[in-house]
Design a protein around this ligand. Structure first.
Ligand code: URA
Length: 210
């Protein structure tokens, strides 16, 4: 099934993203904004969660009230920048299970190689949300999603803050069944693989490294 790309155009998301893009935004502000924006993006990416009903009693009467169905969802962070999205999402979904995937780029083949992978059990029964703030070439994102499929995941979404058209094309070619949620689709990738206009290196900006 060919799934869509959703750009979350909510004014709060767009406002916070602008502040994050500005080069003089401090590490502390960048981190705080990322936390806030990821909470808002999480609201959108979890729209399709299954509901069932539970019989409850309000102070006035009984009712069949909606409640989430099935196993707790799994968040999969692509190290290291993906971790910046976790805090905000976990504020909204504190019971979510969390996994981590570490990939590096082989200098000769330029292909992503896995150096770490620890994910929750029973991925086949969970909504799995793979998170990475920057969907640039899409190579590591596509590899991480493939890894989750190899581990049994069937219901996968990809959440990022910024996407380049090149990354979206790569993901949609490799994983047309995986919906993508982002706050913006930017213009292009530059020769160094940075998203333009972008926000620079997301990991460096959130962790204060250079
Ligand atoms: N990763 C980043 O952190 N920034 C980009 O622009 C592209 C990839």
């Amino acid at each position: 099934m060919d799934q869509q790309v959703t750009v979350v155009d909510h004014p709060l998301v767009q406002h916070k993203l602008t502040l994050m893009r500005e080069k003089d935004t401090s590490t502390a502000s960048f981190r705080q904004l990322l936390r806030e924006i990821s909470l808002l993006l999480a609201y959108e990416v979890t729209r399709g969660l299954d509901l069932t009903t539970k019989r409850i009693e309000t102070p006035l009467c009984e009712m069949d009230a909606p409640i989430l169905e099935g196993k707790k969802l799994a968040l999969i962070s692509i190290l290291r920048a993906g971790n910046g999205l976790l805090d905000g999402i976990l504020e909204l979904i504190p019971a979510a299970r969390v996994g981590f995937v570490g990939l590096y780029r082989d200098p000769e083949t330029l292909q992503p190689v896995q150096y770490y992978c620890k994910v929750p059990a029973e991925l086949e029964d969970r909504m799995v949300i793979v998170v990475d703030p920057m969907l640039a070439t899409g190579n590591s994102s596509a590899a991480a999603v493939q890894l989750m499929k190899d581990k049994g995941a069937k219901n996968i979404r990809f959440l990022c803050l910024l996407a380049a058209p090149e990354g979206i094309a790569r993901m949609r070619a490799a994983h047309p069944d995986v919906p993508i949620v982002t706050a913006s689709i930017d213009s292009h990738l530059n020769d160094h693989g940075y998203i333009v206009p972008g926000l620079g290196d997301a990991g460096d900006r959130m962790f204060g490294t250079k």
